[in-house]
Design a binder for this molecule. Structure first.
Ligand code: DX5
Ligand code: ZN
Length: 217
């Protein structure tokens, strides 16, 4: 039930194709692609050109997490490059419903990410405009940070807010095997994991370990 989305932020950018093949072999459900602009977050990563290159190397759905200001300027390019899901930050979107409609109209799934200090109520008036919620369990910008425990309560509150809507709830930041089960119990349906997967000696085994921990009874 729970999907595993390795974040390529912790992969080897000079050997991305090889690293992607490793997590595919481990049964990853989708790839999480972190886009940072040096303005919304204090780090710079990749743009649509790299998303297009990844698209050619894998059939896995690409879950593109935009940590950028004015995301509406770049959404068309990311979707044209092959993004299946595009997630924008509520904090970066003064016209959130319009931005979510833009993503859906271009044929992708629309996601909203919330920083650790942004309350679930930020979603209250866009509940029918989104396909996924990304709960940040670190302050975005870097891989390898520690999980902030308040994310547990936030996931549960968001689940309640969503009611019966078929919306995916992802958790991103500091996700390790020992947290997988409790996050699934909180109501997370996708676990994003960067360093837990790509810093492991065997990324395929790390994906399998996350999945079995998340689904253990
Ligand atoms: C953080 C990114 C995350 C990051 C997670 O800003 O959004 O997707 O790659 O990395 P880990 O799992 O190492 O915290
Ligand atoms: Zn991310």
């Amino acid at each position: 039930m729970v999907k595993i989305a390795p974040s390529i932020l912790s992969a080897d950018f000079a050997a991305l194709g090889t690293d992607i093949a490793r997590v595919e072999a481990g049964g990853a459900d989708q790839l999480h692609v972190d886009v940072m602009d040096g303005r919304f977050v204090p780090n710079i990563t990749i743009g649509p050109v790299v998303v297009g290159a990844i698209r050619k190397r894998t059939r896995l759905p690409l879950d593109v997490h935009l940590m950028i200001v004015e995301p509406e300027r770049y959404i068309p390019e990311f979707i044209a490059a092959g993004a299946d899901m595009v997630t924008v930050h509520a904090e970066a979107c003064p016209h959130l419903p319009r931005t979510l409609a833009q993503i859906r109209e271009l044929g992708a799934k629309a996601g909203v990410a919330l920083n650790p200090s942004t309350p679930p109520s930020a979603l209250e008036f866009v509940l029918d405009d989104l396909d996924l919620v990304l709960v940040m369990s670190v302050n975005p910008g870097f891989g390898g940070q520690s999980f902030i425990p308040t994310a547990h309560r936030k996931i549960r509150e968001i689940r309640k807010l969503l009611g019966a809507r078929p919306v995916d709830v992802s958790v991103d930041g500091g996700v390790k095997v020992d947290l997988a089960k409790s996050l699934a119990e909180d109501g997370a349906t996708t676990l994003v994991a960067g360093s837990a997967v790509f810093s492991a000696a065997d990324p395929a085994a790390a994906v399998r370990a996350l999945r079995s921990a998340a689904t253990a009874s």
